[in-house]
Design a binder for this molecule. Structure first.
Ligand SMILES: CCCCCCCCCC(=O)SCCNC(=O)CCNC(=O)[C@H](O)C(C)(C)COP(=O)(O)OP(=O)(O)OC[C@H]1O[C@@H](n2cnc3c(N)ncnc32)[C@H](O)[C@@H]1OP(=O)(O)O
Length: 286
């Protein structure tokens, strides 16, 4: 029953499954979720918090661990179970997008569907939805996030004002194991006058390479990011961040990345990212 509930939520929110979970939402995520859920709960205990259970549709209150355990009282605010409102997908167009960004979006969006014999079918590309909680996507869209509505905000999606910082959308090509991100940098990302800060460029590279690594390998963390800045990026301009799988080796996934002007003529940045598969409990010290 819980599996079908998850599958319904998937359909309602149009969240795509990562490749390794594709077609197996009823089989894999529940077991994974339970295992990881226990690890997270153990992690919460280690960090002085207590899990009070999942039951019921009432808001779940985090119970501070007894002071007799010698730790300060901390409370995690959890939202109700299940979601009371659908999560916002930040990868959809908004008014801050320039016409160039919108055109590129329309271009790749059109490639998500192909017409064969008069029928529309899925194309090689797909738009990845994007939320402000990393766990939501990293664990298959709906699994852990339904259990643990902790304040694990993704900072690239944490600015209220549209267009002020990171505006981006990622399209994934499953066959090629590659993705392209259309990125428009807002005024809050200024470094050198009129240009994008190198740390902000590293951030979008980490996010895009991390996204494809997660899609291909499940939960990962960046172990190494190697960046060469070739030419500055003007604030407000739209650039393409292309990433592709280079190789996998055990728990390691190596991703390459190039940031270019929208027409591809100018190389701004080149990078490689090494990602190591983790158990989500790693984030909680278990
Ligand atoms: C949809 C979601 C979208 C999310 C997008 C956002 C993505 C953002 C991703 C991030 O920014 S994550 C935050 C930044 N990263 C960190 O804070 C990671 C901190 N480091 C760690 O937690 C651990 O070092 C790490 C998990 C990366 C690895 O520790 P482990 O103990 O699990 O692995 P181990 O040290 O045994 O290494 C496993 C393999 O990786 C190799 N390795 C680890 N770190 C390396 C490194 N830095 N350079 C090269 N190789 C490295 C290591 O040699 C070994 O290779 P072999 O298997 O061949 O022996």
């Amino acid at each position: 029953m819980y599996a079908s509930h998850l599958a319904n939520l998937h359909r309602q929110t149009n969240i795509q499954e990562p490749r390794h979970l594709e077609g197996s939402i009823a089989k894999v995520p529940v077991g994974m979720m339970i295992r990881q859920g226990f690890q997270v709960v153990r992690g919460l205990h280690r960090h002085g918090m207590k899990w009070s259970g999942l039951a019921g549709r009432q808001p779940i209150n985090r119970v501070p661990v007894s002071q007799s355990m010698g730790v300060g009282v901390r409370v995690l605010t959890m939202s109700s179970w299940p979601f009371s409102s659908p999560p916002r997908d930040y990868s959809l167009p908004n008014d801050s997008w320039s016409p160039e960004m919108r055109n590129l979006y329309d271009h790749y969006n059109a490639l998500c569907e192909v017409e064969e014999e008069g029928q529309k079918k899925r194309g090689p590309w797909r738009r990845l939805p994007s939320y402000n909680r990393t766990l939501k996507y990293a664990t298959g869209g709906q699994c852990l996030s339904k259990v643990l509505q902790a304040k694990a905000r993704l900072f690239t999606r944490n600015t209220e004002e549209p267009g002020a910082s990171f505006e981006y959308v990622v399209f994934l090509n499953k066959q090629e194991k590659s993705c392209v991100c259309i990125f428009q940098a807002g005024h809050l990302l200024e470094g050198p006058p009129g240009h994008v800060h190198g740390g902000a460029i590293a951030t979008i590279i980490d996010s895009v390479t991390g996204t494809i690594a997660t899609y291909l390998a499940g939960p990962v963390m960046t172990a190494n990011l190697n960046i060469n800045y070739r030419s500055p990026i003007s604030l407000g301009s739209v650039v393409l961040v292309r990433s592709a799988l280079e190789k996998t080796e055990g728990r390691k996934t190596l991703i390459s990345c190039q940031v270019t002007s929208a027409d591809g003529a100018r190389l701004h940045t080149e990078a490689t990212g090494l990602f190591v598969a983790i158990n989500v409990g790693h984030l909680f010290g278990t």
